[in-house]
Design a protein around this ligand. Sequence first.
Ligand code: UDX
Length: 453
Amino acid sequence: ATQEKEEAPHAVGRRVVLFPLPFQGHLSPMLQLAELLRARGLPVTVLHTDFNAPDPTRHPELAFVPIHEALPTSATSPDADIVAQLLALNSGCEAPFREALASLLRREDVACAVVDGQWYAALGAASALGVPVLALRTDSAATFGSLLAFPRLRDAGYVPIKEERRDELVPELEPLRVRDLIRIDGSDVDALCGFISRVADAARASASGVVLNSFDAIEAPELARIEKELSCPAFAVGPLHRMCPGPAPAEHGLHAPDRGCLAWLDAHPARSVLYVSLGSVARVDRGVFEEMAWGLAGSGVPFLWVVRPGSVRGGGADEPPNGLDEEARSRGKVVAWAPQLEVLAHEAVGAFWTHCGWNSTLESVCAGVPMLAQPCFADQTVNARYVTHRWGVGLEVGDVIDRVRVAERVRMVMLGEEGDRAREKVRDLKLQADQCVAASLAVDNLVRYVLSL
Ligand code: UDX
């Protein structure tokens, strides 16, 4: 290993320009990549939006340059339709990004840009300025592969999803079924397909490579398929939160974590607490929220529940229903935002009830914590399917969130044989992730590639 480290490429001089999408699940992996490249000797400039701007003081060795975009409220409102929001962000940021990059090019020797894969307009803009550009996918290789296959899936009638085909396996994408394909409820299907086409076309036309927050041990066939499909290299440099040598990943957060929950966990026996969080974007209807609460109450299991302010649709306080009895209330702790990595690493945590956002999925795998999967939208259905049916590291909550079923599934993952089996498998995957982090070969390959551009 020492020899490998000595031979690892270490560069001085040529700058890499990064452009993250301004959402938590995208900012964290991009800033982790930034720290990783900087640690290998590459100077890094992060171009960023004013909207959800990262905090430069947390990354003293990176340069930050705001692009000063002007955005309509449809691009920034938490109530906005997600597809419309992504389209508005792309169109509103294209010109300011191009200007900021062009201005940097006049002053610096730029080796390449790494742009979030959802920034299809910026991918094109960087390439038009003659800058080699890599797309960072913050979702899984399976998800990205399914996006690249979207036009074929549409032609073959798999999307838009039809009720009668929901349970069919999708030929080139097993174990995915039609119902697992990326979807955004409430969004216009044509707008979603249009967005996905732009993302896939920009990767094909402009990217000199793709960087993914994944690793071979979990997605080797999916990664190979992407390289074949795009005819360019795919660097699986994940799990980024473990690779990153910089500040603790929690420090990339847009919200301040409630650290009091760690002391609360300290007071619990090993593997006795269920951690519950649906990430930074998902919102649930009041009815679903109440069934979750009653199900947790009925399970008899201690729980630490992240209820983000504003994450319950239909009003009312974002707290468990008043009807919950004292016993259930005292068994649970509710916080607005948790230091998730520390929570998952805490020995009191026995399982993670998650929406299966890709970061949460990877974090749970790397902590060796089995999951209870409740995918809400976008790539979460793909991730949940891999969690439950490819890797066997979790169970599904089920399509309908109902208090009796919730209580049963919670007990199953925390106390049942199914949970034990998932726990065993996730520990195997954790060991493989540890080995991958120790070797960090994909990062070396990426740095060599960047220097060759
Ligand atoms: C979004 C999409 O929803 C997700 O499907 C996609 O893969 C990435 O972009 P998000 O919903 O926020 O992400 O989920 P996720 O990818 O899991 O990222 C959430 C991040 O916030 C994780 O890194 C998690 O550790 C962190 N987090 C979450 C906290 O630190 N504290 C919390 O209380 C909740």
